[in-house]
Design a protein around this ligand. Structure first.
Ligand SMILES: [Fe+2]
Length: 346
């Protein structure tokens, strides 16, 4: 028997899970114990609960796997700040001491926390997986498919923001990627921020607000903010964003483009403008996702699709994929294989 303990922590929604011989035995989120929404602390409560409910000690676990690679993430932060010097200095000054103290020495921190649970925990059991690989695995392995394409749509991991992977039995391989700062998740989060909701939390409110509006600003977004190719690959025009080096998601140019300031949630009521904005960004991401899915289907000719990452929580967009599939079954023809790709091939 082989036990693997998975840990996600110190970003948002910390959690732990336990696998035995490829089967999930337990999976639990730290916020359920601490009652702190999106709790990002090390999931000690979750790990203890999982071990006790499965009558195990930490030393009986064969491998402990952390969900991403902190050194690669640090490299992205450093390169991003260096690329926009000196404008990114203020957030560099805030982010770097935290990273240097905690995240860069994250391996030591994890070992220390695990030793708090079990004094003689063997640190050689600790492994690190790439962020998007973890996402793809989380969707493919529990799926009923032997073979599938896995599309991960996320804010950002180490560098990747959008990946296509192929899963075949117990093999999983990432085959195409789009890199930071070009991210469909960060695009949606930027609109979440602009509409006065909390980033990494209030995205579902934008999705819920969308049906109350009409996508009046879809063309403005596609003409100015995002360069969307036929194959669904894209680039974000960084002129309108602040997340690379600043402490906010969008900037004044973004507000000027739509002729409205950022909504202050405590002061400004939601108006038809905000509903139309939500409808517009929702329509844009549906367009991107449908183009990517068609590209995947054309290129890889695999009928099964798994979705992972934060953007895959957008159930309205997921429904559009299902509708598209039904249209294909009833004779809707796919467009020819696309060109002008931004995809980076492996
Ligand atoms: Fe993620």
């Amino acid at each position: 028997m082989k036990y693997i303990l998975g840990i996600s922590a110190l970003y948002h929604d910390s959690a732990a899970s336990l696998i035995r011989d490829g089967k999930i035995l337990s999976a639990v989120q730290e916020e359920r114990f601490t009652r702190i929404k999106h709790d990002s602390s090390f999931p000690t409560n979750s790990i203890k609960y999982i071990l006790s409910s499965n009558h195990l000690t930490l030393n009986q676990i064969d491998k402990v796997v952390f969900y991403d690679k902190p050194f690669l993430k640090f490299e992205r932060l450093l390169e991003t700040y260096l690329s926009i010097v000196p404008s990114g200095f203020s957030s560099f000054r805030i982010a770097m001491p935290v990273w240097l103290r905690e995240k860069l020495f994250l391996k030591n921190l994890i070992i220390r926390e695990l030793k708090n649970i079990e004094k003689n925990f063997d640190k050689n059991k600790l492994l690190f997986s790439e962020h998007h690989f973890s996402h793809a695995a989380s969707a493919f392995y529990p799926s009923p498919f032997e073979r599938a394409c896995i599309l991960t749509l996320d804010g950002v991991g180490e560098w990747a923001t959008t990946t296509i992977a192929i899963g075949n039995k117990n093999h999983l391989k990432i085959v195409e990627e789009i890199y930071f700062p070009h991210s469909i998740g960060l695009l949606y989060s930027a609109f979440t921020y602009y509409l006065g909701f909390r980033v990494n939390s209030g995205e579902y409110k934008v999705m819920g607000l969308a049906p109350y509006g009409t996508p009046k600003y879809k063309d403005v977004i596609l003409e100015n903010i995002i360069d969307l190719k036929k194959d669904g690959s894209f680039k974000l025009n960084q002129k309108y964003f602040n997340y690379m080096g600043g402490l906010t998601m969008t900037n004044q140019k973004f507000a000027d483009l739509f002729d409205h300031p950022i909504r202050k949630p405590d002061l400004d009521k939601l108006t038809q403008f905000h509903m139309d904005m939500a409808a517009s960004v929702q329509s844009v991401i549906e367009e991107i996702i449908l183009r990517i899915v068609k590209y995947i289907r054309n290129k890889y000719r695999i009928n099964n699709l798994c979705l992972a990452g934060g953007v895959a929580l957008n159930c309205v967009a997921n429904t559009k994929i299902l509708i598209e599939k039904v249209l294909i079954i009833y004779g809707y023809s796919l467009p020819p294989v696309m060109q002008e790709a931004h995809w980076d091939q492996h």
